[in-house]
Design a protein around this ligand. Structure first.
Ligand SMILES: *Cc1c(COP(=O)(O)O)cnc(C)c1O
Length: 399
């Protein structure tokens, strides 16, 4: 039998720390490895599989589109891109959408859009303020915006013009603002940084400061969008509306896609020739997006995520009460993290995996849970049983 992991180690760049299982198929919240072992998937492809694995509406849309027209380039119009843009505009603050192929590309496009606006309207202002522990992607532009020093340092020098301030610190944003500041870029909830919630009033204070100083507010909703936090977009929870929003991850139910949404006053500054990508708005990806978004909206999945979250959070909080190693449950909707008093998350992830549950060690002392928005009560209960068992096993072995 082929040793797939050995072949990976031989042929692929070794830039990922993969879990030692080879996944072969999935259905809903469950997936199976090549040895037939079943897992409850509470990683969800990193908040991508909003409808779970192999959802029939996504599978059908992809199959039909693949058999009809996969790719055209942006030299031509196609129906799926226009349908998806219309759905996004009709259900958000935005007036216009540009499609990209990933989250990092969406952030790069948002950076270019903000700089273009600064050039046209604000004496060439180009500096951006983002947050420490904020995550925006790995391309050179999105990396410069990312707040984690160890991701940036090996690739310096960075694209100039980015300042990183502490999360939840409005005074730091005020102090960092200069006449050359074009935008503040934030995740409404920091995802990769450890599922860090905004302090009450923080997002509104940032909005007010940006408005008063003619600075754009860009929300990176790549992880928090697409229904995950109990609203279609996380900005809706507190009613703090950005000028520009980046989306990706779950937008097309697992097919690679990204997008930037903006108001007309800003979007109009990108003119023909300013930005583009061969695959952007690709019919396959946007047809998957249309199917995913229609399903999310028709079935009110944000509300369903909210209800599932209540059950999951209640179960996790009971762990917090009973287990000395567990000290926080944080997040919103189905973007949650369990924090530990010690750096045991890699061991908890391994112990959970061995027991049939996939979770993500987002921090050395926190695991992140991002199940599909379609997760069932029974799956939540089973996942929490396994997680408790796994934490107990780690606590026992650590003595
Ligand atoms: C995942 C993520 C990105 C990067 O998206 P990629 O598709 O991996 O390039 C950017 N911002 C946030 C908030 C993310 O969660």
């Amino acid at each position: 039998m082929t040793d797939w992991i050995a072949e990976d180690k031989k042929y692929l760049f070794q830039n990922y720390g993969r879990q030692p299982i080879v996944l072969e198929k999935g259905e809903g919240t469950r997936c199976w490895d090549i040895e037939g072992r079943e897992y409850l998937d509470f990683v969800g492809g990193l908040a991508v599989n909003v409808l779970g694995h192999a959802h029939p509406v996504v599978a059908k849309a992809v199959a039909e589109q693949a058999a009809t027209l996969i790719h055209t380039s942006n030299l031509y119009y196609t129906k799926p891109m226009i349908e998806l843009a219309k759905i996004l505009v009709e259900n958000s603050f935005a007036d216009r959408v540009i499609f990209l192929n990933s989250g990092a590309e969406a952030i790069d496009a948002a950076i270019k859009l903000a700089r273009r606006w600064g050039k046209d309207t604000k004496n060439g202002a180009f500096e951006m303020i983002s947050t420490q522990d904020g995550f925006h992607g790995r391309t050179m532009g999105s990396l410069a915006a990312t707040g984690t020093v160890r991701y940036r340092e090996p690739f310096e020098p960075m694209v100039p013009g980015f300042t990183h301030v502490p999360w939840n610190d409005i005074e730091a944003i005020k102090a960092a603002t200069t006449p050359n500041t074009v935008a503040v870029l934030l995740e409404p909830i920091q995802g990769e940084g450890g599922v860090n919630m905004p302090a009450p009033g923080y997002l509104q204070n940032v909005r007010d400061w940006c408005t008063a100083n003619n600075v754009l507010l860009i929300f990176d909703e790549i992880q928090t969008g697409n229904g995950r936090t109990g609203k279609l977009f996380a900005y809706e929870t507190e009613g703090v509306v950005p000028d520009i929003m980046a989306l990706a991850k779950g937008m097309a139910g697992g097919v690679p896609i990204g997008a930037v949404l903006a108001t007309e006053a800003i979007a109009s500054h990108l003119v023909p020739g300013d930005h583009g990508t061969t695959f952007g708005a690709n019919p396959l990806a946007t047809a998957a997006g249309v199917a995913t978004y229609r399903y999310i909206l028709d079935n009110d999945l944000p509300a369903r995520a909210e209800r599932a979250s209540e059950r999951l959070v209640a179960r996790l909080r009971s762990l917090e009460d009973r287990m000395p190693d567990v000290n926080t449950v944080r997040g919103r909707g189905l973007l949650l993290a369990v924090g530990f008093t010690r750096d045991i998350s890699a061991d908890v992830v391994a112990a959970a995996r061995e027991r049939g549950l996939l979770v993500n060690n987002v921090r050395p002392n926190a695991v992140r849970l991002m199940p599909p928005l379609t997760v069932t009560d029974d799956e939540i209960d089973r996942a929490c049983d396994i997680l408790e068992d796994a934490i107990n096993a780690v606590a026992g072995s650590a003595g």
